[in-house]
Design a protein around this ligand. Structure first.
Ligand code: PGA
Length: 267
């Protein structure tokens, strides 16, 4: 198994989280539509995360040279074992998967993906050369109670405990306020950037200077209409897109909104 390629620090990243949408045959159609549009897009990392059952179709449709990387929506921390219904890192790698979303709020809410489990999964993912996209975010009740800072602090510290510093540039953190996911209620660019700045400070405290190179992407009702303003914020390095990533045109428009706002720092 080859090691993941080194990436530029803070290169923008847009990932589509398809959740439980699209059969394998529908996946082929959507991937073809996206690839057609993003073919010449440069200076940005693009990821699509279809359901497990669509990964083979996605992999086959993408071929070897694609600009689109494949991601999964979760994984188990063990290599193999008696874990009915679960999927491991090596299984994902065999389908060309390069990224894995961990600790998404829907997994935290419905499948008991706790901070501790996320930490174990993130360490396992990196050992299988999968880049973890670790999600954090507060609920509406927590925000209204003034608990956002404390919640984010705990989620970052516990979910990233023990993550190897020498692999830190492979890590992606997604800030997704739970109240903004699938609700059409997007955080204002200022609200989002405030939390991103807090996360960056925490990452530097935990991992030292290399922590500053970790990409922090925003998720929660990102649409073509709000992407330009969100992506213009200095601490927002890209987007994790749910609903809008199922529409190739909307996904492409979000990519376009992200790219010029945050050019590759090495350009
Ligand atoms: P949404 O989902 O864009 O549909 O709000 C984002 C996510 O859950 O990652």
């Amino acid at each position: 198994m080859s090691k993941t390629k080194r990436i530029n620090p803070r290169r923008p990243l847009v990932a589509g989280n398809w959740k439980m949408h699209r059969t394998a045959s529908d996946t082929k159609v959507l991937i073809e539509d996206i690839v057609k549009r993003v073919d010449r897009v440069a200076n940005i990392d693009l990821v699509v995360c279809p359901p497990f059952t669509s990964l083979a179709a996605a992999h086959e449709t993408l071929g070897r040279h694609s600009i689109l990387a494949l991601g999964a929506q979760t994984m188990h921390s063990s290599k193999e074992g008696a874990f009915t219904g679960e999927i491991s890192g090596p299984m994902l790698r065999e389908f060309g998967v390069r990224y894995v979303i961990l600790g998404h709020s829907e997994r935290r809410q419905y499948d008991n993906e706790t901070n501790e489990k996320v930490a174990a999964k993130a360490i396992a993912a990196i050992s299988y050369h999968l880049r973890p996209i670790v999600c954090v975010g507060e609920t509406l009740t927590q925000r209204e109670a003034g608990e956002t800072t404390a919640i984010i602090d705990t989620q970052i510290h516990t979910s990233l405990a023990g993550f190897p510093v020498d692999q830190i540039e492979e890590l992606v953190v997604a800030y997704e306020p739970v109240w903004a996911i699938g609700t059409g209620k997007v955080a204002t660019p200022t609200q989002a950037n405030q939390v991103h700045r807090q996360i960056r400070k925490l990452l530097v405290k935990m991992f030292g200077d290399p922590g500053a190179s970790i990409r922090i992407i925003y998720g929660g009702s990102v649409k073509p209409e709000n992407a330009v303003d969100l992506m213009a914020e200095p601490d927002i390095d890209g987007a994790l897109v749910g609903g809008a990533s199922l529409d190739a045109r909307a996904f492409f428009d979000i990519i376009e909104a992200t790219r010029p706002a945050r050019p590759n720092v090495n350009d």
